[in-house]
Structure formats: structure tokens, C-alpha cells
Ligand binder design. Structure first.
Ligand SMILES: C[S@@+](CC[C@H](N)C(=O)[O-])C[C@H]1O[C@@H](n2cnc3c(N)ncnc32)[C@H](O)[C@@H]1O
Length: 235
């Protein structure tokens, strides 16, 4: 079996690759959460995001949670420099410990509020996986604009979120979100809302709806600009 320098199995053996990441977390409860999370964000979604990240160097993951995806992509692409931001200091602490345990030295995690974060550098890719429906609409607009302004000229914004239909899938997603966040407040957007907003900031937006056996209405959006610093973004 192929072993990478950090002792992580090669991603073509993805089950062992994911298991190794899950095992790097201290707590049994968090390991169980990570297993569930990697089932929800399944290997096909990871493959889509991996393709979106291919060739990118500096990657910002806003709302990175326990850093599962950060550990996955920074192991998959050792040449990237990965920055994970999350509001929750406990999650940031666990993410940092897991990355250390995996021997990853191309990733750092930071406690930051997506709604007030000040970015003073540019990124080749910014990703947000299941973050935006936790953020009010006004803050979403400001955050998306902030991201558009801090992408390198050939940079990419990668969003994985859920849409609002079919209503049974949305109801299930909402119930799970309530359970995990212990709050009733979620601000879901359908794909028309995402598209009309992203199209004001980016030249090209692609939408990849995901169909799998799970009752989540997943969608991946990929947004890019040719002339990023056009007046529409800066105004
Ligand atoms: C559903 S989890 C997704 C975590 C991670 N992206 C993943 O896919 O495993 C949503 C994350 O967003 C974070 N979050 C919510 N509001 C935030 C904010 N205003 N700024 C930064 N992170 C936030 C939460 O702490 C949580 O870790």
C-alpha cells in the first residue's frame, strides 16, 4: 500500500485516506461527527472540489469547521497553502491538532468571523462548504463581495451549499441544521438567488447539482472572473 510522507494513504485508496483523517481527531464524538460529515460531503463532492482546486496554490476555506476538508485537500495537494477560518475556537483548536497529528505543514487554522474578516492578501481559491445558509442575507452579500475582491486574477470561488427544493429534502436539511446548531435561524438560497448574486460579481458561474442517496439538496457553484477588478466588483 502506498504511504505518503505523513503516513497518509494515497487518495486513490480513498476509504483509508478518509479513515486516516478521521482517526487524527482526539474525541470519539468528533470522530463520529467526522464520519457522518464525510458521508454527507461524499467522495464525489470532494472530487468536484478537488478538480476546482487543481493547480491552485493559496486556498482560503471560510467556515472550515473541524478542518476535515482542509486536512483532505492539503494532504491531496501538498503544494497548496491552505488557510481555514471558522468562528468557533473549539473547532479551530481541534482542526489544528488534527493537522499536526497528520504531519501537515501546509495548513493553518484561524478563528475568524466570516462576516467581519479583514483579508489583506489575495487567494487563488476561496471555498465555503455549507457556511452560507448559516449567515444572514445582508452578511452573505458583503461576504461574497469581500471574496470576489480578494481572489487572484484567475482565482475561483467554490461554494457548496443546499438549495430550497424539493421541500422534503429542505425540511430534512433544516431539521439536521437545527439539531447541530441549536438555532432555528437558517437563510437558505435557491440556485436562482445564488446565480443572480454571483453573476453580479463574477463573469462566469457554473452550477453542479449533486444527486445521491442522501436527502440533502446539495449544489456546488464555481464562480470565476476574467477581468476580476471590474468596476462592478469594486463599486
Ligand atoms: C456545517 S459546518 C461546515 C464545516 C465545514 N465547512 C465542513 O464542510 O465540514 C458550518 C461551519 O460554519 C461555521 N460558521 C458559522 N457562522 C460563521 C461565521 N459567521 N464565520 C465563520 N464561520 C462560521 C460554523 O462554526 C461551522 O463550523
Amino acid at each position: 500500500m502506498d504511504l505518503k510522507p505523513g503516513g497518509i494513504p494515497h487518495p486513490h485508496d480513498y476509504k483509508r485516506f478518509l479513515t486516516r483523517i478521521i482517526e487524527s481527531y482526539d474525541s470519539t464524538i468528533i470522530r463520529a461527527y467526522c464520519k457522518v460529515r464525510f458521508t454527507i460531503i461524499n467522495i464525489n463532492i470532494l472530487h468536484i472540489i478537488a478538480l476546482c482546486l487543481r493547480g491552485k496554490r493559496k486556498v482560503l476555506d471560510v467556515g472550515c469547521g473541524f478542518g476535515l476538508l482542509g486536512c483532505y485537500f492539503s494532504s491531496l495537494y501538498p503544494q497548496i497553502r491552505y488557510y481555514g477560518y471558522d468562528l468557533n475556537p473549539r473547532r479551530i483548536d481541534m482542526a489544528s491538532r488534527a493537522a499536526r497529528r497528520l504531519g501537515l505543514n501546509n495548513i493553518t487554522f484561524h478563528c475568524q468571523d466570516a462576516c467581519t474578516m479583514k483579508l489583506d492578501e489575495q487567494f487563488d481559491a476561496i471555498m465555503m462548504v455549507d457556511l452560507l445558509h448559516h449567515i444572514t442575507d445582508d452578511s452573505k452579500y458583503a461576504l461574497l463581495k469581500n471574496c470576489a475582491l480578494h481572489l487572484a486574477p484567475d482565482g475561483r470561488l467554490i461554494i457548496k451549499d443546499v438549495t430550497t427544493h424539493p421541500s422534503l429534502k429542505l425540511a430534512f436539511t433544516w431539521a439536521m441544521d437545527v439539531l447541530v446548531t441549536r438555532s432555528y435561524n437558517m437563510w437558505y438560497w435557491d440556485e436562482n438567488k445564488f446565480l443572480s448574486t454571483l453573476q453580479q460579481l463574477f463573469d462566469r458561474v457554473d452550477t453542479f447539482p449533486i444527486t445521491d442517496w442522501l436527502p440533502y439538496p446539495h449544489i456546488v457553484y464555481l464562480a470565476e472572473s476574467i477581468n476580476r477588478h471590474s468596476s462592478s466588483v469594486c463599486s
